[in-house]
Unconditional design. Structure first.
Length: 201
């Protein structure tokens, strides 16, 4: 509101008509006779709300948005684009250069950007999406392979005990081959004399 009147008292009274919410609450909480002029009122208002003003951010801020250690490309890309949304204005080509500089070196993404520099952030996003999809597919394949290897065997393969084997038409027990030999505790000479002439020997 532009006022032509130079009456500062009137200006001070009209000042709250341009305020709302917290600013109006602040004005109403001013102590009586604490403001002597309209200029002083303006200075008090500015000092109260200058800290609440959002500082303008430019594309150069992206060169400080470095990928953290152990931060995945997917998470970093999300954080980088969120930082872009806070900028006052930015050039897409400059933003792509910032991404190339701040992404972790010696990664697939960094190598791709160095080998073939992107023209803008749209190209960066397209390449990042391809690398992220490939990484997720590799992890999914690894999980499936691990699950197959560690899967439990069929119940009949885990049963403990002797196995029955058929060989040459005779049924025998494999456990017998693992049994210790029976010890002979009879004196052979004595056994021979006792049974001599009985048709045993």
């Amino acid at each position: 509101m532009v006022l032509e009147s130079e009456d500062e008292a009137l200006l001070c009274k009209l000042f709250p008509s341009s305020l709302s919410r917290s600013a109006l609450t602040w004005f109403r909480q001013l102590k009586p006779k604490s403001i002597c002029s309209f200029t002083e009122l303006c200075e008090a208002f500015i000092s109260q709300y200058v800290c609440n003003q959002r500082r303008k951010k430019y594309v150069t801020a992206l060169f400080n948005t470095k990928q953290k250690a152990c931060e995945s490309l997917k998470d970093y890309l999300k954080r980088f684009t969120e930082e872009m949304s806070t900028l006052e204005t930015y050039d897409s080509h400059i933003a792509s250069l910032a991404f190339r500089e701040e992404v972790t070196s010696i990664t697939k993404m960094h190598k791709s950007l160095v080998k073939t520099p992107p023209l803008d952030m749209r190209e960066v996003l397209a390449r990042a999406d391809g690398i992220i999809r490939l990484k997720e597919e590799e992890l999914a394949l690894l999980k499936r392979t691990t699950a197959t290897i560690s899967a439990p065997k069929h119940p009949y393969e885990t049963i403990q005990g002797p196995r029955t084997i058929f060989s040459s038409g005779n049924l025998r027990n494999q456990a017998r081959t693992n049994s210790p030999p029976t010890k002979l505790i009879v004196n052979l000479a004595k056994l021979f004399h006792e049974n001599k002439g009985k048709g045993i020997f």
